[in-house]
Design a protein. Structure first.
Length: 311
């Protein structure tokens, strides 16, 4: 981090069962990416988000409401104790060196922090990404699903391949739009894997700044800009072979027409960030827009899916 100014840390103590749901809720409310660690002694998961400025009034009430919604989905968030305070930037940055390890996505992609000495194998694309305020490093199952879908498109398609892999291979040049880019990990990985052109946007200004820095550090050219999916025009100027939208289910459903209209007629839509209990509702909403599910994956309480247009 370049700045020495203190950061605001907002944390919630929860259970291992609900840590992903709490992380998604916290990140959604504060327009960022949350981080997690497990306190072995207390048997408690601590979910935190770091911000460069004080949080808005009423945030504790909003967080308590979010915890109530998580309970309604059948998850136990535990005490849900909320803490808000300042932390030194240096302490925050150094702490992540103990938690963030290299990640391999199939044979095609290696994601690692800058301090790791792990080297990519022959033919393996490398993304170097350090944790930032807009945290998103591929460790969350929803991000991991998106990365797996992107890499699967590059493998030779056997006769029995699933629909989305065979479909993507119809197009030699694959364009990508990443909605809610966060750290820029999906867009950067796509560019490294050969997708062009690649565009990405996020509502948060800090996320856009960090994503641009990450793209420059990885030597890829990506159009990254600030944008709000709720304010985009319904009709799109450009359409893409692949659209990734890693957003909460309510936002996916509310903006489904805007999202689908940015997809090529034969494009692939990858949706993630969805609680398993909410996935059927999301699936039905996009089926009403003429899409059908071709691939899905569940991990703990999360579920993600890929869609194409019905013939």
């Amino acid at each position: 981090m370049k700045t020495r100014k203190p950061l605001w840390k907002i944390s919630i103590a929860t259970t291992l069962e609900a840590e992903d749901a709490v992380s998604e809720m916290l990140g959604s409310l504060l327009r960022g990416r949350a981080s997690m660690y497990f306190d072995v002694e207390k048997r408690t998961s601590i979910v935190s988000i770091f911000l460069p400025k004080p949080v808005q009034a009423g945030i504790r009430r909003d967080l308590r409401d979010g915890l109530d919604r998580i309970r309604q989905c059948g998850l136990d968030p535990g005490t849900g104790a909320i803490s808000i305070g300042k932390v030194r930037t240096l302490d925050w940055a150094e702490s992540w060196k103990r938690h963030f390890k290299p990640i391999t996505i199939g044979d095609a992609l290696l994601i690692k922090p800058s301090w790791s000495k792990t080297r990519p194998r022959r033919g393996q694309a490398l993304v170097v990404l350090d944790p930032g305020l807009s945290f998103g490093t591929g460790q969350h199952p929803t991000t991991s699903f998106c990365l797996q879908q992107l890499t699967s498109a590059l493998k030779p398609a056997p006769a029995s391949s699933d629909v989305n892999t065979a479909f993507l291979r119809q197009t030699a040049s694959k364009s990508l739009l990443d909605i809610g880019t966060g750290s820029g990990i999906l867009a950067i990985a796509a560019a490294k894997l050969g997708y062009q052109p690649v565009e990405a946007f996020d509502f948060d200004r800090e996320a856009v700044r960090i994503a641009r820095e990450n793209a420059a550090a990885n030597g890829v050219r990506i159009k990254i800009y600030r944008g709000d999916v709720t304010r985009l025009p319904l009709r799109a100027v450009a359409r893409f072979n692949v659209v990734c939208a890693n957003l909460i289910s309510n936002l996916l459903i509310a903006e489904r027409k805007t999202i689908v209209n940015r997809l090529n007629r034969k494009g692939l839509l990858i949706l993630a960030g969805i609680l398993k209990a909410e996935f059927p509702t999301v699936k039905r909403a996009f089926e009403r827009e003429g899409l059908r599910l071709v691939s899905a994956e569940a991990e703990k309480e999360w579920m993600s899916g890929s869609f194409i247009r019905r013939k």
